[in-house]
Design a protein around this ligand. Structure first.
Ligand code: TXA
Ligand code: MG
Length: 314
């Protein structure tokens, strides 16, 4: 039934290993236009297309002989998106008029079977209103986009919890456009390069609007505050929530505390991040304070999301 809806130009929210996607047939420009409408997403912000395997990726993009084969072999299916030259099979609404296309092969079994049964590529942004926190559970869709979609496939909580890492293969060397579920170190290791450049954090005219300085934002103001400075940020009478990697020393000072991983495991923290932000955001707090997380491995992508959330309120 879900595949039938896609084939008929409908919208299906489906689970991937990263976050839930708001999917439509990538080859149907009218269906894709509905994605932009429902998300209230600016038309200048291109979408990722989801295909079942590396072979199908070649139908939609010109896969370069350099770098791509090694990356696809190692990370597909999985949370890596590659930006390559597009083919004419991809309508320009998907790529916002760019001559490049972002392609990924999701690992989630529900996403895989949806794509295969639909027999097309599925264009899908994260299934949240533009600028808000991405959904990592089916419940997150309710009260947001639910009324405007044709079907919601519930696949439980997303295992990775952060969006895919986006790597552009367009320039003279690979460039990370968005930090995500696969770390720069893992990618550099496969490419046998020292380290991989990450594109500057925000752009006026971004190559990837996921790079927009203000994104992934809670409605409640959020600030990143080092643990030692916390006291100065707590005013009497203010209801403050704390988002932290490990248990804090004086939890009673906060109206609510979200611990991302008791053991400090960054994978677990990434998987919990968006649901924790959404829980805090639902409490009607005056402010959310986030403790900085070590910027190593997945910590880079986690801090990237927190910085963008904080920028919204700066
Ligand atoms: O994990 C993910 O990537 C999730 C799941 C659903 O697959 N999708 C996702 O989509 O995060 P979205 O639309 O929220 O973010 C896609 C990002 C945007 O920042 C967009 O600008 C960038 O990908 N993008 C898409 N096509 C691009 C292109 N041709 N060149 C550069 N950036 C591109
Ligand atoms: Mg998004």
């Amino acid at each position: 039934m879900a595949a039938e809806i896609i084939r008929r130009g409908g919208l299906v929210v489906f689970p991937t290993e990263t976050v839930y996607g708001l999917g439509a047939d990538a080859c149907n420009p009218i269906a894709v236009a509905r994605i932009f409408e429902v998300k209230r997403r600016p038309a200048i912000d291109p979408l990722i297309i989801h295909v079942a395997d590396a072979e199908s990726a070649r139908t939609y993009g010109e896969i370069p002989d350099k770098w791509a084969p090694a990356l696809m072999r190692k990370f597909w299916p999985g949370p890596l998106t590659l930006v390559v030259r597009k083919r004419s099979t991809v309508p320009s609404i998907v790529t916002a008029g760019l001559d490049t296309v972002a392609i990924r092969v999701p690992a989630h079994p529900v996403a895989q079977s949806l794509i295969r049964a639909s027999g097309t590529a599925i264009a899908a942004p994260s299934a949240n209103p533009f600028g808000y926190v991405s959904p990592t559970m089916a419940e997150h869709i309710h009260g947001e986009l639910f009324d405007q979609i044709d079907l919601l496939l519930d696949g439980g909580a997303c295992g990775v919890g952060l969006e895919s890492t986006i790597v552009s293969l367009i320039g003279p060397s690979p460039l990370i456009l968005r930090a995500g579920g696969i770390t720069g170190e893992e990618i550099a290791q496969v490419l046998e390069t020292g380290s991989l450049p990450i594109s500057a954090k925000s752009h006026a005219l971004p190559q990837a609007p996921g790079q927009l300085a203000r994104h992934y934002a809670t409605r409640t103001p959020l600030e990143i505050v080092p643990d030692d400075d916390r006291g100065a940020f707590l005013c009497a009478g203010d209801k403050v929530g704390l988002l932290t990697l490990k248990s804090p020393s004086r939890p009673e000072r906060f109206a609510s505390v979200e611990v991302l991983s008791e053991t400090g495991n960054l994978r677990e923290a990434a998987a919990n991040l968006f649901a924790a932000l959404r829980r805090l955001d639902a409490l009607g707090l005056d402010r959310i304070i986030a403790s900085p997380i070590p910027e190593k491995g997945l910590g880079i992508a986690i801090m990237d999301r927190l910085h963008r959330c904080a920028a919204r309120h700066a």
